[in-house]
Write a protein that binds this ligand. Structure first.
Ligand code: DP6
Length: 349
């Protein structure tokens, strides 16, 4: 027999960024972060997990290609889930798995991203969140989302925020064992329904410096990172929570843009410096800054993760329409710029 579960998890985009760890193995961050989870149908991972007595070892396929599960991150997630597994019974199929059997049974995992992997579009976030969520269902793990977020965190830090929709905060926590480093939902997906997210795919190639090694080098060499983590982010977290609660777009935009720029500034302050954005990214920033200044009140916020692609958050549908017109005018597809395509949050715009 084979028992299978399939789940789908959207990616999330940080508006106050996580960058830097205080514990590499448990993945514990040096500051809180806040993100917005995208609509599940756009950028998401779909994962099917299966268990069978015929499986001889744990195996995983990512976008159809087998990958190794020997890394510490996968092993940590699998160990945490197996330790919390419960009895499973499927009467129709006549399957009975006792709690203790999970230590001996092996799983097969097949995961697909509907967007470029490792191009700075937070694919590991959706990937590990989906892996943990689907395995937890298969193994009948009776933990709430916050506990599951702490397990997903051990796969990839940003993954813990994808267990919830809407606006999510990852609390860095203080405990050495990481038990209080969990994600909580600040507001659900209906709270600020006017916002429209547009992703301008500047380049879908894999990034040169992974987030994991990039943030390690920043913590080791940047003089600015401590100031950011201890002084700047704690203030911004409070202000961002207020802005979200009050639907205050000018504050939201100011904080998100400044935080993205500061994150890239600490990357530049790393030795050797890390360049995630390219000329097209910089031109997009100038274009949005000029437009926001011209309007007097911000219409669009921008944020860039560990790659050149722009995540643009428009105040409402009208601002999103105007934004798209501007993008198409300044960065026509197939032109000499390498802004190759647009992933549009809402196809009706
Ligand atoms: C720039 O979560 O990919 O997207 O914990 O090492 O797997 P690891 O890193 P990862 O880092 C994400 C960094 C970021 C900012 C963010 O999502 O908060």
């Amino acid at each position: 027999w084979v028992l299978m579960v399939t789940a789908q998890t959207p990616t999330n985009i940080a508006v106050i960024k996580y960058w830097g760890k205080r514990d590499e193995n448990l993945i514990l961050p040096i500051n809180d972060s806040i993100s917005v989870t995208l609509d599940p149908q756009h950028l998401c991972t779909t994962t099917s997990v299966a268990v069978s007595p015929a499986f001889t070892h744990d195996r995983m396929w990512l976008n159809g290609k087998e990958i190794s599960l020997s890394g510490g991150r996968y092993q940590n997630c699998l160990r945490e889930l197996r330790a919390r597994a419960s009895d499973v019974e499927d009467e129709e199929k006549g399957i009975k798995i006792a709690k203790k059997d999970w230590e001996k049974l092996h799983v097969h995992i097949a995961s697909y991203n509907n967007f470029p992997t490792a191009a700075g579009l937070a694919s590991s976030a959706a990937g590990f969140a989906c892996l943990v969520f689907s395995l937890a269902k298969l193994m009948n793990v009776k933990e709430d989302h916050s506990k599951l977020s702490a397990i997903a965190r051990q796969g990839s830090g940003s993954a813990c925020r994808s267990l919830y929709g809407g606006f999510v905060k990852w609390i860095m926590g203080k405990e050495e064992n990481g038990s209080d480093s969990i994600a909580v939902q600040l507001a659900d997906e209906k709270h600020w329904g006017d916002l429209v997210i547009i992703i301008a795919v500047v380049c879908s190639r894999q990034k040169e410096t992974s987030s994991t090694s990039g943030m390690r080098e920043t913590v080791e060499t940047s003089m600015l990172i401590e100031h950011r983590a201890k002084e700047v982010v704690p203030r911004r977290i409070i202000q961002m929570e207020e802005a979200i609660k009050d639907h205050d777009f000018p504050s939201f935009s100011r904080l998100a843009c400044s935080d993205s720029n500061q994150f890239h500034a600490v990357c530049l302050d790393t030795s050797p410096p890390i360049f995630y954005m390219n000329d097209t990214s910089h031109r997009i920033i100038s274009c949005i800054e000029k437009w926001n200044r011209f309007e007097g009140t911000p219409q669009v916020a921008y944020t860039f993760d560990a790659g050149p692609n722009a995540v643009l958050i428009a105040h409402n549908r009208n601002a999103a329409k105007l934004l798209l017109q501007r993008l198409l005018f300044y960065f026509p597809p197939q032109s000499d710029t390498d802004l190759s395509s647009y992933v549009i949050g809402d196809k009706s715009i």
